[in-house]
Ligand binder design. Structure first.
Ligand SMILES: C[S@@+](CC[C@H](N)C(=O)[O-])C[C@H]1O[C@@H](n2cnc3c(N)ncnc32)[C@H](O)[C@@H]1O
Length: 333
């Protein structure tokens, strides 16, 4: 965050406002626009909000792919007994809870979201309650690098676009490793470093608030150093370059519609942010990557029986044709 950013009236800085402050307001405005300010909601009502609900690339399609890779969508391996899965998932940096709700609703798993920002957690809890998922999806306000989590308390951990923001990535990964049970699995999607110019490094730091992006090989090594095994990577660069390019174009096409609901200032700030991210990908300054890995099975156990599956993990089915989750109401139209 830029040292020169003055605090705003609400105590946040301009950068925080650009990154997250707009989101709580904008979710409420988008719901009001749909006459959904109060009362019950469906997960579909929320996924229709696109980037306001899931703040990562490919939104629900990326969650579906994660569920496939982790085997959450497999009734047999997920332990479904007609009443849903018994799997426990830790979602690190859970935002307003879009991915957590979607995974719980589509696979029957239970999700615990950990999120740094209290205002995002308050909204996440409210939306989750209204969507009827509060019995299976809960949230804790906390720093991924310092939060107390139960040892061996989860079968999986996921994190979408969170590590790039963390000053202490190693501590966060060690906590995830301890929290996931032996034989359990993790899936993390994040920026990796390409070949940035000094100006692009500054944009990453000051605009994207991403101080510690590392190259893909280092990204994988971080998991090994944290004690994970079977580390695999998937290159998402082409898909993310296409997605961030399409996001910027579509956002501009919807200028009038977006401005009518969220205002000109929010539009301009978002357009500038989306353009910066598009350029970082298009010019090779950053890339997209997914790491999947496993917590080593306990000594003396039958690893084949106790370990959860990791499927098709070196390939991604996401491509530019699937623009789900890109903007409000914009599911690949
Ligand atoms: C790009 S958003 C992604 C949110 C969510 N994973 C999603 O896909 O909708 C990154 C999130 O990480 C959160 N975050 C940043 N630093 C964090 C930290 N140290 N501990 C926990 N969450 C953090 C941010 O507040 C934000 O909600």
């Amino acid at each position: 965050m830029a040292d020169t950013d003055p605090p705003r009236d609400d105590g946040t800085t301009g950068d925080e406002e650009t990154m997250y402050g707009w989101r709580v307001r904008s979710v409420r405005r988008a719901l009001a626009e749909r006459d959904l300010s109060e009362g019950e909601l469906t997960v579909e009502d929320l996924t229709e909000l696109g980037h306001l609900d899931q703040y990562h690339y490919f939104g629900p399609a990326a969650c579906d792919e994660a569920a496939h890779v982790l085997g959450l969508d497999d009734a047999e391996t997920a332990g479904a007994s007609g009443e849903g899965s018994s799997r426990r998932v830790l979602d690190v940096g859970s935002g307003v809870g879009g991915p957590a709700r979607y995974l719980a609703a589509t696979t029957g798993c239970a999700v615990h979201g950990v999120e740094l920002r209290g205002e995002l957690v308050s909204l996440a809890r409210e939306l989750t309650e209204r969507a009827g998922l509060a019995d299976r999806v809960r949230y804790t306000v906390g720093d991924a690098a310092a939060v107390d989590l139960p040892t061996d308390g989860y079968d999986h951990a996921v994190a979408w676009l969170v590590l790039l923001h963390l000053p202490d990535r190693a501590s966060a990964l060690k906590r995830m490793r301890r929290a996931v049970r032996p034989g359990g699995t993790v899936l993390v999607e994040d920026f990796t470093l390409g070949d940035p110019t000094p100006a692009q490094e500054r944009a990453l730091q000051n605009v994207v608030d991403a101080p510690n992006v590392v190259d893909r090989a280092t990204f994988a090594d971080e998991f090994r150093r944290a004690g994970f095994t079977g580390v695999g990577t998937c290159d998402l660069t082409d898909a993310w370059t296409a997605w961030t390019d399409a996001r910027y174009d579509r956002f501009r096409e919807r200028r009038a519609e977006f401005t009518a609901v969220h205002g000109t200032e929010t539009y301009e700030a978002r357009a500038s942010f989306y353009r910066t991210v598009r350029d970082l990908f298009a010019e090779g300054a950053v890339e997209g990557g997914r790491v999947t890995a496993r917590v080593p099975p306990a000594a003396g156990t039958d690893a084949a029986t106790d370990s959860l599956p990791l499927r098709d993990r070196s390939d991604s089915r996401l491509d530019a044709r699937d623009l789900s989750g890109i903007l409000e109401g914009g599911r690949g139209d």
